[in-house]
Write a protein that binds this ligand. Structure first.
Ligand code: URA
Length: 247
């Protein structure tokens, strides 16, 4: 059971102060009857707002194809951000919708967004080693010694104390490769290639755990069930429709 003003405000419909007007105007019903006041408590399933069930009352989990040129920060001073792609109401939710890890402004591809902090923690924790696959093009031909360099678990990035966890490099063209990481350090792919003497020219994430972008166009998203991941970040039966390959 949730207070109606809290429900409306947390789901981004209006502020708690405005909720009073929404209720006075008869826009909110509980079990078919006009809501009696902001302090009335109700189960979201019993509530209708302008005749519609509440918008994702249990939380949101989205798989976004992040386009180039947008940052993952909420801070407007850092430039146009991915949240501008979402409906206004979702941008006003509390807890806020946030990305699970980040992609750079100049990186495109698969990005998960959620308002579930537990999920953010679970999927970004290095403990769970959720594999993320990146496709990179570089400025010079790739050579076979890069595979063992990235796989060794000894590669030390500039300014860091701990070496990178072993990563798998799959060279697919002279200047193009897929790199699978199980951690997510700042600019990690670019810095790893830089340590290997290459500059990354383009970077795109194709997979996150068992999830793939599929035919999703840049800027588009699809919703995932909130139980798409198990406690270790692996896929669940509930995610069967969105999982393309096992992790
Ligand atoms: N590594 C990078 O360098 N950039 C990203 O956006 C993600 C991983």
């Amino acid at each position: 059971m949730r207070r109606l003003d809290q429900l409306l405000a947390n789901l981004g419909y209006c502020t708690r102060r405005e909720a009073r007007d929404w209720i006075d105007d008869g826009r909110v019903t509980v079990q078919g009857q006009p809501a009696t006041g902001v302090a009335q408590k109700a189960a979201p399933a019993d509530v209708r707002i302008d005749g519609e069930p509440p918008d994702h009352p249990d939380g949101l989990l989205l798989l976004l194809h992040k386009p180039l040129g947008l940052v993952c920060s909420h801070d407007e001073r850092e430039g146009p951000n991915i949240y501008s792609l979402l409906p206004e109401r979702w941008r006003r939710r509390n807890p806020v919708v946030t990305s699970i890890g980040r992609l750079d402004k100049d990186t495109s591809g698969l990005l998960l967004l959620t308002d579930q902090s537990l999920l953010v923690h679970r999927l970004t924790s290095p403990k769970h080693k959720v594999p993320k696959v990146y496709r990179a093009t570089v400025d010079r031909d790739l050579t076979p010694e890069l595979g063992p360099l990235f796989a060794a678990g000894t590669l030390l990035l500039e300014g860091e104390k701990d070496p990178c966890a072993p990563a798998i490099l799959n060279i697919v063209a002279p200047r193009e490769a897929e790199l699978t990481l199980t951690e997510g350090r700042y600019h990690q792919v670019r810095r790893m290639f830089s340590a290997g003497g290459r500059t990354v020219l383009t970077l795109h994430r194709t997979r996150f755990g068992a999830l793939e972008l599929g035919a999703l166009a840049p800027g588009q998203w699809r919703e995932l069930p909130l139980d798409a991941f198990d406690r270790d970040g692996g896929p669940t039966a509930g995610s069967a429709d969105v999982v393309v390959r096992p992790a």
